[in-house]
Write a protein of this length. Structure first.
Length: 296
């Protein structure tokens, strides 16, 4: 009788976890790993470097090392110590590899291209010493990678729970519930990040209040597109993704975000007037005003 009760309890626990976690064992392990890894880099950056103002003594090298220390273990740990679900799989079939590739491409495009929309539309600027590419600090490429891994894995878990919760609803209501979940969580994440780094003085905005409200909506556009697309990786049983499909999907998501951001730039413009002294010295993208004059 006791064994039967324990068996029922185990079944209930598995069913409950199945509402949140992926049915694919490799994907389940990968999502749990990325969640468990998050406190490491988050504590390092927002629990040590920022509150103790260690950045005041940072040079380009220290900022780069901070990014490397935050990002590299997210690749090295699952590579050197694969989970039980991954040990029998070829490395190309492991979920953490696919997730890392998708986010690597998406966050690279986000930094290289979309950060210039933050400069031109939101009035943002980086003023800390850093080695840069296209006027974007290398450190931000690295930190964005682990940030986006955390955001997207969390979105997977929440969206999966919502899908399971509304599974018995009419199809139209299911669609509305999932869209609402994506929109709300995207804006929440965008606002939370903006608010969380408020104590770092070298990421500046012309109008911080406008950035918290309208700017967070602009930033949330990234996730309106990426959250539902990222979740599709290895989500359906019997439909494993190869790395080329992962890369193409990420590039497609990045292109769609670029189009939407540029439509905002063209038709809505900056959220606040941006003084000349606050504008980025480089136009960064060839389709931005001023680039043609700069290259002549």
């Amino acid at each position: 009788m006791k064994d039967k009760k324990e068996s029922v309890k185990d079944d209930d626990d598995d069913q409950c976890s199945g509402l949140w976690l992926a049915p694919n064992p490799s994907k389940r392990w990968g999502e749990i790993f990325f969640l468990c890894y998050t406190p490491f880099w988050l504590t390092l950056c927002l629990g040590i470097v920022v509150p103790f103002k260690l950045y005041e003594n940072f040079t380009e090298l220290e900022y780069l090392l901070l990014g490397l220390i935050s990002a590299l273990p997210s690749v090295l740990v699952p590579m050197l110590f694969p989970g039980k679900a991954d040990r029998h799989l070829d490395w190309r079939c492991r979920y953490w590899v696919k997730a890392t590739l998708w986010i690597m491409i998406f966050s690279y495009v986000g930094n290289y291209f979309w950060t210039h929309y933050f400069f031109k539309v939101l009035g943002a600027s980086y003023t800390f010493p850093s080695w840069r590419m296209n006027d974007i600090p290398h450190t931000t490429f690295l930190l964005a990678h682990v940030c986006f891994l955390f955001y997207h894995v969390t979105s997977n878990i929440i969206l999966r729970r919502v899908r399971n919760f509304v599974a018995g609803w009419p199809d139209k209501l299911q669609w509305i519930a999932q869209v609402a979940c994506i929109l709300v969580f995207s804006y929440f994440i965008a606002f939370l990040e903006t608010f969380a780094i408020a104590n770092f003085p070298y990421y500046e905005f012309v109008d911080r209040r406008s950035m918290y409200t309208v700017g967070s909506l602009f930033y949330a556009i990234y996730f309106f597109v990426s959250f539902p697309m990222f979740m599709r990786i290895d989500e359906k049983p019997g439909d494993p993704w190869d790395l080329s499909r992962v890369a193409i999907d990420s590039l497609g998501a990045a292109m769609l975000v670029t189009i939407i951001l540029d439509l905002w730039r063209i038709f809505l413009g900056p959220i606040v007037p941006i003084p000349e002294t606050k504008q980025c010295l480089q136009t960064g993208l060839p389709w931005f005003p001023g680039h043609a004059n700069e290259v002549r």
